[in-house]
Design a protein around this ligand. Structure first.
Ligand code: TYD
Length: 137
């Protein structure tokens, strides 16, 4: 999998005099069907989340409050994104190593995922990830 497949997705934003509204529909605004939603909050400011890749899972990360950085690596190249807008998601396909850091005090990271939680879908060892991504390419 190439890091080039990771992308920022601008989500619909409806604004009127009552405020803002953003919505997401399966396979329309994002390139997968949502089977699971989870969110990270009360994030410890100096700690790192993630540090793993997924064998098959596709995800979308949204900073629905505050901000944080996402560092991505495909085994060859790396890149990073700062997420700080409620109507912007970061699409991360399978087989991308990710680390989430620099959480602001008020940060909430919403994650939409293409499958249910399955521990055997995780690659938690970076060296194993490098071997698997080499085998895939
Ligand atoms: P993990 O995905 O390792 O956290 P992060 O990548 O954000 O640092 O998950 C932490 C723990 O929570 C781990 O024991 C698995 C559990 N968990 C679930 O049970 N269901 C879920 O949907 C998620 C995301 C995690």
């Amino acid at each position: 999998m190439s890091i080039k497949k990771c992308k920022i997705i601008e989500l619909p934003l409806l604004n009127d005099d009552r405020g803002d509204l953003t919505f997401i529909e399966n396979n329309k605004h994002i390139p997968f069907s949502i089977k699971r939603i989870y969110y990270l909050y009360n994030n410890h400011l100096n700690l790192i989340r993630g540090r793993h890749a997924h064998k098959n899972l596709h995800q979308l990360f949204i900073a629905i409050s505050g901000s944080f950085d996402v560092f991505l690596n495909d085994g060859k190249e790396d890149t990073s994104f700062k997420l700080d807008k409620k109507n912007v998601g970061l699409y991360v396909p399978k087989m991308i190593w990710r680390e989430l850091k620099n959480f602001s005090q008020d940060s909430v990271c919403l994650v939409l995922a293409s499958d249910l939680y399955k521990e055997d879908d995780y690659i938690r060892d970076y060296d194993k990830f490098l071997i698997s991504s080499e085998l895939e390419s």
